[in-house]
Design a protein around this ligand. Structure first.
Ligand SMILES: O=P(O)(O)OC[C@H]1O[C@H](O)[C@H](O)[C@@H](O)[C@@H]1O
Ligand SMILES: [Mg+2]
Length: 585
């Protein structure tokens, strides 16, 4: 057995290591600066209680983006030096964010060991490569992102760090080969175990869904399917699940080979960035992929926690997606057969889920943006299904959102609704049919999001400042609105969203600026917490329509007047210099 020594390296604090909504995300060149990654990793170790470090088992992996392999080698050396007992690594550094959560919660090592935390190496949906983004975040024992109490401590530690221990002489570990490598250090044995990226996750999915019924759906000739991993880590699961387990043809997988630069693309599953899928599904305004589009299409982001669901020439908004999953879960998904404990959405997500919760008599929660808020509810047994407008959907099977889970949930609902069809007796019920049926039952929440990416941070702050100021004079605001579009309803109330966690009582302030209209419409403005440069302003626009004769409009048309009001009220163009958003979803 190779032995290693521990040396102490002196360092000094580096500015700007405050973790955002989902960890620390910066350009690769920033991460490559001397001690940058090391300082953050040590600040994290120092923020944890001793038993989470000494003798502990730690998962380290991610979406395989550029710099992952080097980062893993550094973290392994630091883990060894900090007295960690074993590090678990997905083969080739690949583990999706949901798979990491599942592994922390479910995996038991050959010697009975269980992980107590993970470093997830990802910048999620941000591009990768030498000039793009890298990221790191720490997840806790419950499989969810570290709560603010820990991330605040990490940040404080980054401001005072003076030294870190490292096992400089520990040889590079081959993370491409499955197996355990053992070392001997001053505090005893240290193992690095490399294992199959998909095994544990596939097992979990099979315990949640009825794979046989999905298989039957996928083998039905009129049901065609397509999945785009955007060259992210979802590719490491897609072949195994959709092709090997469920029998989909190889040709149904698009961009399913994980690449360290995501093939030069932007691995964010939305109508702008998932271009190839959007064209194949017959939804592109400019390219036509030719041929009849598949009945079902889906995409994932870089670390496979996000999802986009499409039907033939049809886009399902994420806010509708979670509402539809919640409305159908009990009959369609075995995991939920005894009912839902409750449902939750993030504040900017449309109120489609609220209506389902009300009709079905389910507990309902509105939380700030960020998955960690759902985790607390789930740990307390208060929430089964949740989702966000930002293409995140999930359940209490883990403590992260789960892109492939969402696809399997939709396939389960389709299989359920098509029981008779699959037996040869009826017409195929499509994705679009399911959504339209849902609107007819619950009403439709027209919804759109405008993103202004990488705008000047000062200008963005000023814009938000103006919107807060306007909130104190609603009569004035309503006068402005009437001057723009007299048919738009009055603003009934306006505030900055604040959340008191019903489980731990913690309060999160300034979680987005809301204008709530008398007819149930909403305008929400937020600054993104996940960007790595400048500021990104997000504007969320929503309007509820109950009248069945009016639920079939084009959503941009239906929302036109409200959009206009939002842009003029906020002086968007004046502050940002932008005449149109970077992305509309
Ligand atoms: O802050 P934003 O850029 O709007 O991003 C918000 C999103 O960030 C990450 O993806 C989190 O995991 C999500 O829970 C959150 O909704
Ligand atoms: Mg992600």
């Amino acid at each position: 057995m190779v032995s290693f020594k521990v040396s102490l390296v002196s360092t000094s604090p580096i500015d700007g290591q405050k973790p955002g909504t989902s960890g620390l995300r910066k350009k690769v060149k920033v991460f490559k600066q001397p001690n940058y990654l090391e300082n953050f990793v040590q600040a994290t170790f120092n923020a944890l209680t001793t038993e989470k470090v000494k003798g502990a088992t730690l998962v380290v992996s991610g979406d395989g983006r550029y710099y992952s392999e080097q980062a893993i080698q550094i973290i392994v050396k630091m883990a060894a030096a900090n007295g960690v007992r074993r590090v678990w690594v997905g083969q080739n550094s690949l583990l999706s964010t949901p798979a990491v959560s599942a592994i922390i919660r479910e995996r038991v090592g050959a010697d009975g060991s269980k992980a107590t935390g993970a470093f997830i190496l990802t910048a999620s949906h941000n591009p990768g490569g030498p000039t793009e983004d890298f990221g790191i975040k720490y997840n806790m024992e419950n499989g969810g992102p570290a709560p603010e109490s820990i991330t605040d401590k990490i940040y404080e530690n980054t401001k005072t760090i003076k030294e870190y221990p490292i096992a400089e002489d520990l040889p590079r570990v081959d993370i491409s080969t499955i197996g355990i490598t053992s070392f001997e250090g001053p505090e005893g044995k240290f193992d690095v175990e490399v294992f199959d990226s998909a095994d544990d996750y596939v097992k979990l999915m099979k315990s949640i869904f009825d794979f046989e019924s999905i298989k039957k759906l996928l083998s039905y000739p009129k049901f065609t399917f397509c999945y785009d991993a955007l060259h992210g880590v979802a590719g490491a699961y897609a072949h195994r699940i959709f092709v090997e387990e469920l029998g989909a043809p190889e040709s149904s997988l698009l961009n399913c080979v994980p690449k360290e630069d995501f093939g030069g693309g932007h691995p964010d599953p939305n109508l702008t960035y998932a271009k190839e899928l959007v064209a194949r599904m017959g939804l592109s305004k400019t390219d036509d992929a030719g041929g009849e589009p598949p009945e079902f299409g889906a995409a994932a982001d870089g670390d496979a926690d996000r999802n986009m669901i499409l039907g033939k020439r049809f886009f399902v908004t994420p806010s509708d997606s979670v509402a539809i999953i919640a409305a159908n879960a009990v009959g369609a998904i075995p995991y939920f057969s005894s009912g839902l404990k409750g449902v939750a959405r993030s504040m900017p997500t449309s109120a489609a889920l609220d209506v389902v919760a009300k009709n079905l008599g389910l507990k309902f929660f509105e939380v700030p943006t960020g998955w960690k808020f759902f985790g607390n509810l789930m740990d307390a047994g208060m929430c089964s299904v949740c989702g966000e407008e930002s293409f995140g959907t999930g359940s209490d099977h883990i403590r992260e959102k789960d892109g492939i889970w969402a696809v399997l949930a939709w396939l389960s609902i389709l299989a359920h609704k098509n029981k008779e069809t699959l037996d040869g007796n009826a017409k195929l019920v499509t994705v679009e049919d399911i959504v339209r049926q849902h609107w007819a039952t619950y009403g439709r929440h027209y919804y759109t999001r405008y993103d202004y990416e990488n705008v000047d941070a000062t200008a963005a702050k000023e814009l938000m400042g103006l919107l807060v100021k306007l909130q104190s004079s609603l009569p004035e605001v309503n006068k402005i609105i009437k001057g723009i579009h007299p048919e738009v309803a009055n603003v009934a109330s306006a505030d900055e969203f604040e959340y008191k966690d019903p489980v731990d009582g913690s309060v999160s302030k300034h979680q987005g600026i809301r204008y709530l209209f008398e007819d149930g419409s909403r305008l929400v403005f937020r600054l993104s917490g996940t960007g790595s440069e400048g500021a990104t302003i997000r504007l969320y626009i929503e309007q509820y329509e109950k009248d069945a004769s009016k639920i079939g409009r084009d959503s941009q048309d239906a929302l036109g007047p409200l959009v206009d009001v939002a842009l003029k009220l906020s002086k968007m163009q004046e502050f940002t210099g932008r005449s149109s958003p970077t992305v509309i979803t």
